[in-house]
Write a protein that binds this ligand. Structure first.
Ligand code: ZN
Length: 445
């Protein structure tokens, strides 16, 4: 592999950004070709590939696995420690399934076409994985001085909850997660926000807490020709209808409040974020609505055996996402009161909550400086993610973890993560690499 730098009279060599950008595109095109759809994951395809790239550079790495097909890869460049603990560049190697009939491009073809790299994972999050990998490689090739360790972690199984990935590392190798800061997914740059054309980079400092519930009820089974008043299905439908029509007051958490205040201060919101303005925004933007409420999505209904049988049992699942600071016990009590039917049982499937990361850190300042240097006039705002990420494991330990994928995304590309024809722009990758590198230099250099 060519060593890409131009000699410079200053102390640090300057990376050759055009060449490195092209290399990033080539690597991502290779990486998205590896099918790591989870389930089953098979992330070993990804870690084998990353291992080959690192080995070619002479960068040591280690694998950690609870299942041989699902390893996690960790590579560290050691610094002198004078700035403090390690900076972790975190990414996940699995991707969500595709609905192949809705794609116009092959999801695992790695096509580079019309200025984009196309494929499942281009945004979520193999693109960022490659930016992190390239940042490590650049540091190693140019032997850039490091005042703290720079650690690259490629984790398995993020999309299915992390049991083979971050939760396994947390339980079996907790020392690997000891660090000062984390950069991960969760926030991206947006070329346009609420119809205003201005680059805004979201740095996710907090995320909603998943609370997945199952509603179960039983009734009297019987012949479909003789309906009666004790049908499990009827009871479940009535309870679910009360849940979906449950009106709840919007809630403004401090982190979401800061997000809107910053957008107003920058002129992106036309007027101060009053409850009225936020209600109007929420009506047009489901994501904003989710940031202002403990959201509930009914995600499955299960019952029935034959068209002419009244079944004995019916169940539904709810994907509840709680705002930071909401007490889950109290929420479940309110949900139970809303359903108003003691015959419908609430079971917990999964729940997680994490504190927010502070913004008054050297890493947050480094992100602000890096963005300003690479995209003058762009805005950096702390934001909140509606989904949850592997950052939760670090935030729980009190380690600041930021969701910061420094790609500038156009509105028409926003819905492609987990959607169809996922892609990332070639120019965006080049810019993203420069921003991430500058961020890392800012906090490690
Ligand atoms: Zn992701």
């Amino acid at each position: 592999m060519a060593v890409t730098f131009r000699p410079k009279t200053e102390t640090e060599a300057t990376p050759d950004w055009p060449a490195l950008g092209a290399e990033t595109v080539r690597l991502l095109s290779e990486y998205v070709r590896l099918d790591t759809t989870n389930p089953p994951g098979n992330e070993v395809a990804a870690t084998d590939w990353i291992a080959r790239v690192l080995a070619a550079e002479g960068i040591p790495y280690k694998l950690y696995a609870s299942d041989p097909t699902r390893p996690n890869l960790v590579a560290t460049l050691h610094g002198d420690g004078s700035a403090g603990g390690p900076l972790v560049l975190l990414n996940h190697t699995d991707v969500v399934p595709v609905e192949i009939d809705h794609w116009t491009m092959p999801p695992f073809g790695g096509l580079v076409k019309d200025g984009y790299v196309w494929g499942r994972g281009a945004m979520d999050m193999k693109g960022m994985g490659v930016l992190e990998l390239m940042t490590l490689i650049i540091h190693h090739r140019l032997q850039l001085p490091l005042r703290r360790d720079l650690t690259f972690i490629a984790a398995a199984d993020e999309e299915a909850g992390g049991a083979f990935g971050i939760d396994f590392l947390d339980a079996a190798h907790p020392e690997l997660l000891d660090c000062a800061f984390v950069i991960n997914e969760g926030g991206t740059g947006a070329a346009e926000v609420f119809g205003v054309r201005r680059p805004v980079f979201h740095v996710c400092v907090s995320e909603k807490g998943p609370l997945w519930l199952r509603l179960v009820t039983t009734g009297t089974p019987g012949h479909g020709s003789v309906p009666h008043g004790d049908s499990a299905i009827d009871r479940l439908l009535r309870a679910v209808a009360r849940v979906t029509s449950w009106k709840r007051e919007p809630l403004l958490t401090p982190e979401v409040g800061t997000y809107f205040d910053r957008l107003y201060a920058a002129g992106i919101l036309p007027s101060p974020p009053t409850p009225k303005l936020l209600a109007a925004l929420a009506e047009d933007h489901p994501r904003i609505e989710s940031l202002l409420t403990n959201s509930i999505a009914v995600t499955s209904l299960r019952s029935g055996v034959r068209p002419n049988v009244i079944p004995a049992q019916a169940e539904a699942t709810l994907d509840v996402r709680l705002l930071a600071g909401t007490n889950p016990e109290r929420f479940i009590d309110e949900l139970r009161a809303t359903m108003a039917d003691p015959m419908v049982r609430i079971e917990r499937i999964f729940m997680s909550s994490t504190p927010a990361s502070p913004t008054d850190t050297p890493l947050f300042s480094a992100i602000e400086r890096a963005v300003e240097a690479c995209v003058p006039g762009a805005l950096v705002v702390p934001s909140v993610a509606t989904g949850f990420t592997d950052s939760r494991v670090f935030r729980r330990r009190g380690i600041p973890a930021y969701g910061f994928i420094p790609l500038l995304v156009e509105p028409e590309d926003g819905g492609r993560s987990h959607g169809n024809d996922e892609r990332v722009s070639v120019d965006g990758l080049g810019l993203g690499l420069r921003i991430l590198h500058a961020t890392v230099r800012g906090v490690c250099g």
